[in-house]
Design a protein around this ligand. Structure first.
Ligand code: NAG
Length: 295
């Protein structure tokens, strides 16, 4: 390999291995600030799995399965579904043979050498392949644009056809939570592809999943995350507010956060760009002003 090849491969590995995981952690944190009840469930699960144990003593083999079956993992999965860091995956049909796919019973031939983009964000929001309910936070007929970790534990019967017949997916290395995996939702083949799928799926998949789960566990063992409300009220004003007034104030902050997240866009990965950000506060557990009691 030339010097340039080495540098460009190193660049790809840094982006693929760092940006993506950081974005999922970032967006999961923001979503948890917007969903206090889920955040409290995450903390209960972290307390159940780790108690007060120092993260330095956490043992991978003891903790990985309980983590993979907890709200930490449903929250991670839901961020991977709604805000996949790579929203389109570029592919090329093998130069040596045409590829046939069957979509809703019809066969299509994709000629050899064709460039194909897997639209990850679209697959993850397709009502034919995901169980849905009417949205409770927007006017939309489905809740597929909403961040709802609970969809991963819904018991809804769901047997849509696989999206791409014949696509081989080896999920034998899937993280599993033995206690709860029975009740976890399994997306139909081809409908959940944040790491792509099959032989050429993301090399760093397992590493990323573990890294994200552990980062969230370390944070929520000691802290809560709240949207900052400084633009509307200072600390003394918040202290003097009753619950009703606080709820209204926090609803404003949630709305601003959602509007900002809706404007995230794709430059290699999905993220905020320029000076866009959502202001949040990390507060020691027990000192929350909003997320300890709001739904
Ligand atoms: C996360 O998604 C995977 C599919 O990639 C699924 O097998 C697993 O059960 C999900 N985990 C949770 C906790 O929902």
């Amino acid at each position: 390999m030339s010097h340039e090849h080495i540098i460009s491969n190193a660049f790809v590995l840094f982006v693929a291995g760092y940006e993506t995981g950081a974005n999922i952690i970032h967006f999961t944190l923001l979503q948890l600030a917007n969903n206090p009840a889920v955040q409290r469930q995450v903390q209960q699960d972290v307390d159940r799995i780790f108690g007060g144990e120092d993260p330095k003593t956490w043992k991978f083999n003891d903790k990985i399965n309980p983590m993979a079956g907890s709200t930490l993992a449903t929250a991670m999965n839901e961020t991977l579904r709604l805000m996949p860091p790579v929203i389109e995956i570029p592919k090329i049909v093998s130069p040596s043979e045409d590829q046939t796919i069957i979509l809703k019973g019809t066969r299509y031939t994709i000629p050899r050498n064709s460039r194909v983009g897997l639209v990850v964000a679209g697959a993850h929001r397709h009502p034919d392949y995901w169980p849905t309910q009417p949205s409770e936070i927007s006017d939309l007929p489905t809740d597929l644009d909403d961040w709802l970790p609970g969809r991963w534990t819904r018991t809804t019967a769901n047997t849509p056809e696989p999206m791409v017949a014949g696509a081989e997916t080896d999920n034998s290395d899937e993280l599993q939570g033995p206690e709860t995996s029975q009740s976890l939702y399994r997306p139909v083949r081809g409908s959940f592809i944040p790491f792509s799928s099959g032989a050429r799926q993301c090399l760093g998949r397992r590493f990323a999943q573990v890294e994200i789960l552990v980062a969230l566990a370390v944070i929520f063992q000691k802290y809560s995350l709240e949207n900052a409300v400084d633009d509307w009220a200072d600390d003394d004003e918040v202290d003097r507010m009753g619950y009703d007034e606080r709820a209204l104030l926090y609803a404003k902050a949630i709305k601003r956060s959602r509007d900002t997240m809706d404007r995230a866009y794709n430059v290699i990965t999905l993220s905020f760009h320029g000076s866009t950000h959502v202001p949040v506060r990390l507060v020691p557990r027990g000192e929350e002003r909003f997320v300890s009691w709001m739904d």
